[in-house]
Design a protein around this ligand. Structure first.
Ligand SMILES: [Zn+2]
Ligand SMILES: [Zn+2]
Length: 134
Protein backbone atom coordinates (compact mmCIF):
# COMPACT_ATOMS: atom_id res chain seq x y z
CA UNK A 1 0.00 0.00 0.00
CA UNK A 2 1.22 3.51 -0.84
CA UNK A 3 0.65 6.47 1.47
CA UNK A 4 1.26 10.14 0.80
CA UNK A 5 3.00 12.84 2.77
CA UNK A 6 3.70 16.54 2.46
CA UNK A 7 5.17 19.54 4.24
CA UNK A 8 3.15 22.30 5.87
CA UNK A 9 3.08 24.50 2.72
CA UNK A 10 2.48 21.48 0.40
CA UNK A 11 5.44 22.39 -1.85
CA UNK A 12 7.09 19.07 -1.01
CA UNK A 13 5.03 15.95 -1.61
CA UNK A 14 6.02 12.29 -1.62
CA UNK A 15 4.70 8.78 -1.56
CA UNK A 16 6.04 5.76 0.27
CA UNK A 17 5.19 2.09 0.43
CA UNK A 18 4.01 0.85 3.84
CA UNK A 19 4.26 -0.94 6.23
CA UNK A 20 7.50 0.67 7.35
CA UNK A 21 10.50 -1.53 8.09
CA UNK A 22 10.26 -0.04 11.58
CA UNK A 23 8.41 2.77 13.26
CA UNK A 24 9.81 4.39 16.39
CA UNK A 25 9.61 7.34 18.69
CA UNK A 26 13.13 8.66 19.19
CA UNK A 27 13.83 10.64 22.35
CA UNK A 28 17.51 11.38 21.59
CA UNK A 29 18.68 14.94 22.15
CA UNK A 30 19.28 15.50 18.43
CA UNK A 31 15.75 14.44 17.49
CA UNK A 32 14.41 16.72 20.21
CA UNK A 33 16.33 19.68 18.77
CA UNK A 34 15.45 18.83 15.18
CA UNK A 35 11.73 18.47 15.86
CA UNK A 36 11.40 21.07 18.61
CA UNK A 37 9.35 18.45 20.41
CA UNK A 38 9.62 15.73 23.04
CA UNK A 39 10.57 13.10 20.48
CA UNK A 40 10.67 12.32 16.79
CA UNK A 41 8.19 9.83 15.27
CA UNK A 42 10.12 8.14 12.47
CA UNK A 43 9.17 5.46 9.99
CA UNK A 44 11.96 3.72 8.08
CA UNK A 45 11.48 2.60 4.49
CA UNK A 46 13.65 1.12 1.77
CA UNK A 47 14.85 3.77 -0.71
CA UNK A 48 13.22 1.93 -3.62
CA UNK A 49 9.86 2.25 -1.84
CA UNK A 50 10.03 6.04 -1.74
CA UNK A 51 9.34 8.66 -4.42
CA UNK A 52 9.14 12.44 -4.46
CA UNK A 53 5.93 13.62 -6.17
CA UNK A 54 6.90 17.28 -6.27
CA UNK A 55 9.05 19.92 -4.61
CA UNK A 56 12.33 17.99 -4.38
CA UNK A 57 14.23 21.13 -5.46
CA UNK A 58 12.88 22.97 -2.37
CA UNK A 59 14.33 20.30 -0.05
CA UNK A 60 17.43 21.29 1.94
CA UNK A 61 19.64 18.87 3.82
CA UNK A 62 21.60 19.25 7.04
CA UNK A 63 24.02 16.64 8.33
CA UNK A 64 25.31 17.24 11.85
CA UNK A 65 29.09 17.44 11.20
CA UNK A 66 30.20 15.74 14.41
CA UNK A 67 27.59 12.99 14.17
CA UNK A 68 28.18 9.66 12.50
CA UNK A 69 24.60 9.24 11.35
CA UNK A 70 22.39 12.18 12.19
CA UNK A 71 21.00 14.17 9.30
CA UNK A 72 17.70 15.65 8.29
CA UNK A 73 15.91 17.34 5.43
CA UNK A 74 13.37 20.13 5.51
CA UNK A 75 11.28 22.26 3.16
CA UNK A 76 13.14 25.52 2.49
CA UNK A 77 9.82 27.43 2.30
CA UNK A 78 8.04 26.33 5.47
CA UNK A 79 10.76 24.61 7.53
CA UNK A 80 8.87 21.35 7.97
CA UNK A 81 10.90 18.18 8.28
CA UNK A 82 10.56 15.95 5.23
CA UNK A 83 11.98 12.48 4.48
CA UNK A 84 15.73 12.00 4.10
CA UNK A 85 18.05 9.28 2.94
CA UNK A 86 20.22 7.90 5.75
CA UNK A 87 23.87 8.86 5.40
CA UNK A 88 24.80 5.26 4.53
CA UNK A 89 22.10 5.25 1.83
CA UNK A 90 20.43 2.16 3.31
CA UNK A 91 17.08 3.67 4.17
CA UNK A 92 14.70 6.58 4.04
CA UNK A 93 13.60 8.17 7.29
CA UNK A 94 10.00 9.35 7.16
CA UNK A 95 8.96 11.95 9.77
CA UNK A 96 5.56 10.44 10.52
CA UNK A 97 4.01 13.83 11.26
CA UNK A 98 4.41 14.66 7.56
CA UNK A 99 2.10 11.79 6.51
CA UNK A 100 -1.30 12.66 5.08
CA UNK A 101 -2.56 9.07 5.22
CA UNK A 102 -2.73 6.42 7.92
CA UNK A 103 0.32 4.17 7.48
CA UNK A 104 -1.73 1.29 8.89
CA UNK A 105 0.74 0.54 11.66
CA UNK A 106 1.62 2.09 14.99
CA UNK A 107 4.99 2.94 16.57
CA UNK A 108 6.68 -0.18 17.88
CA UNK A 109 9.08 1.22 20.45
CA UNK A 110 10.48 4.34 22.08
CA UNK A 111 14.25 4.53 21.62
CA UNK A 112 16.84 6.66 23.43
CA UNK A 113 14.37 6.56 26.32
CA UNK A 114 17.26 7.29 28.67
CA UNK A 115 17.80 10.63 26.86
CA UNK A 116 14.19 11.77 27.14
CA UNK A 117 13.53 15.36 28.19
CA UNK A 118 13.09 15.92 31.93
CA UNK A 119 9.72 17.47 31.13
CA UNK A 120 8.48 14.61 28.96
CA UNK A 121 4.98 13.56 30.06
CA UNK A 122 2.99 10.84 28.39
CA UNK A 123 -0.07 12.47 26.83
CA UNK A 124 -2.29 9.76 28.34
CA UNK A 125 -1.46 11.41 31.70
CA UNK A 126 -2.82 14.80 30.53
CA UNK A 127 -6.36 16.20 30.26
CA UNK A 128 -7.43 15.91 26.63
CA UNK A 129 -9.25 18.41 24.44
CA UNK A 130 -10.38 17.79 20.87
CA UNK A 131 -9.42 21.37 19.94
CA UNK A 132 -7.93 24.45 21.60
CA UNK A 133 -9.70 24.68 24.98
CA UNK A 134 -11.62 27.88 25.85
ZN1 LIG B 1 6.86 23.44 2.77
ZN1 LIG C 1 16.84 10.46 17.59
Amino acid sequence: MKVHGSCLCKTVQYEVEVPFVRFVYCHCSRCRKATGSAHAANGFAKPEHFRWIQGESAVKRYDVPEAKRFGLQFCSHCGSKVPHLTRDGAGIVIPAGSLDDDPGMRPQRAIYWGSRAEWFTDSSDLPRHDAMPE
